[in-house]
Write a protein that binds this ligand. Sequence first.
Ligand code: NAD
Length: 266
Amino acid sequence: MKIGFIGAGKMAQALARGLINSGRITADNIIASSPKRDEFLLEQCKSMGLNTTHENAEVVQKSDVIFLAVKPVHVSKVASEIAPALSKEHLVVSIALGITIRNIESLLPTKSRVVRVMPNTPSVVRAGASAFAMGSACRDGDAETVERLLSTVGFAVEVPEIHIDPVTGLSGSGPSYMFAVIEGLADGGVKVGLPRDLALKLAAYTLLGAAKMVLETGVHPAQLKDDVQSPAGSSVYGMHKLESGGLKGILMDAVEAATNRSRATG
Ligand code: NAD
């Protein structure tokens, strides 16, 4: 299978690296495009062994699956450029925030096979969480193809398109919430006397470990929380502070606010 990326930025490079590292696709079967002004991005792609071009239509001619990995504002221009080269044999996978399947389909020839993905930044370290929705002309097997490609950079799941905005509010925007949590925990550690670099590492590993416990044990997080709280112990004192500040309510508000924002931009 030949893979093309229109756009050669952070997400395109993360996905390309994941595909190569997984051994599922070799670098010489991947091509990426970018305008001349972003030549340095193509140089980065070349250093990974990818083929590169300034011509978006060439990506289509040389690929079976084409990722639209440009900023949302560039999608309509790019779609009109590639439309003449597209056939029903191509699968077009858009990762552009807020651009609906119907919107992309309307820019491409009728019956184009379009998939919409909401990835997140931890894809760059192969710990991403992506959800994808299938367009009306997709065929049997397309969802499996997309799942196989995306799972090279983390967890990937198919959802109805109506869930893409809530996914944006949760896992798409979630890394930024968690970076703030890590920073806050580290600040707390510094306040009580830990060196900054140690506090930061402990905070990050704590989030990583808690996440792994939820995923690997399958135990409900409320139960895991109860399990570490001994009567009158330090954890329950810390938890009381968090709940006094409305931690869970604030997280729920954040997911809702980011979802609404995503809906408004779509
Ligand atoms: P980026 O700015 O790193 O890369 C964008 C790329 O598009 C660059 O290579 C740029 O040269 C290229 N480009 C611009 N105009 C072009 C054109 N006319 N033809 C071809 N290429 C063109 O952006 P990114 O962070 O990789 O994001 C790409 C998409 O992924 C965006 O739509 C974004 O909404 C979506 N996304 C990003 C994240 C994230 O966390 N970075 C998460 C979810 C979704």
